[in-house]
Design a protein around this ligand. Structure first.
Ligand code: NDP
Length: 237
């Protein structure tokens, strides 16, 4: 792995993805982010991408690789959605859309990214999961299933491509201060905080710091790992 690379961050136009993209850029990597609507963030290469659509993923990679002037060697699969519902009431669409975005999207991006990485004989694949993947939460059967499956995806990639200088790891954030946590009712917020050993929600920059480390040269011997950034909430995973 050279000291700096070419990174693509899916869903990098806001939230955790944007913090990751900015942190990778600060570390000296050339960074492209995907976005679906509106404008891409200032100062970063933006490419449109719908991760549930293979043609869109392939086109986004082609555009990013053209604008970054070389193959992507750092993939951060961050795009994700929730559609919470109790299991008994969960529709096929609520299940399918979450699994197709969170797991299918990561699969499509990783598959496309490895083409260039195999030729380069180096690569970093970082999949953004969630503490909920291995912890479970009521109303999030679809989300937890999609996020825990990223562990199997990363570990299989590690075994398939470890010999080609490619690592694949999972970062599992806990509750991170975003629009989502801001909107929680006060009693739910208190209950979640009481369960977190660190006694606070995390910051997007704290997730970005773990991703930045995994993307760098110092993490060459870390693969198939699940790195929690959750203030201790999921201890024992
Ligand atoms: P946001 O809802 O703020 O952003 C989600 C991003 O994913 C957006 O850029 C969105 O694009 C993009 N996206 C969603 N669906 C698609 C799709 N089908 N195709 C392309 N892009 C898509 O999420 P967060 O920043 O909060 O979360 C980022 C990741 O971190 C997610 O995978 C989430 O599950 C995970 N996570 C978040 C936690 C939290 O506390 N916030 C905790 C644990 C994990 P657009 O702007 O176009 O909608």
């Amino acid at each position: 792995m050279s000291a700096t690379g070419r990174a693509l961050v899916t869903g990098g136009n806001r939230g955790i993805g944007l913090a990751i993209a900015r942190s990778l850029a600060e570390a000296g990597h050339a960074v492209a982010v995907t976005y679906r609507s509106g404008e891409p963030p200032e100062g970063l290469v933006g490419v449109r991408c719908e991760v549930t659509d293979t043609a869109s993923v392939d086109a986004a990679f082609a555009e990013a690789e053209q604008r970054l002037e070389g193959p992507v060697d750092i993939l951060v699969a961050n795009a994700g959605i929730t559609r919470d519902q109790l299991l008994m009431r969960m529709s096929d669409d609520e299940y399918d859309s979450v699994v197709d975005t969170n797991l299918g999207g990561a699969f499509r991006c990783a598959r496309r990214a490895t083409k260039g990485m195999i030729r380069l004989r180096r690569g970093r694949i970082i999949l953004i999961s969630s503490v909920v993947g291995l912890y479970g939460l009521p109303g999030q059967a679809n989300y937890a299933a999609s996020k825990s499956a990223l562990v199997g995806l990363a570990r299989s990639i590690s075994r398939e491509l470890g010999g080609r200088g490619i690592t694949a790891n999972v970062v599992a954030p806990g509750f991170i201060e975003t629009d989502m946590t801001d909107a929680l009712p006060p009693d739910r917020k208190e209950a979640y905080l009481a369960a977190i050993p660190a006694g606070r929600f995390g910051a997007t920059q704290e997730v970005a710091a773990a991703v930045r480390f995994l993307a760098g040269e110092d993490a060459a011997y870390i693969t198939g790992a699940v790195i929690p950034v959750d203030g201790g909430l999921g201890m024992g995973h």
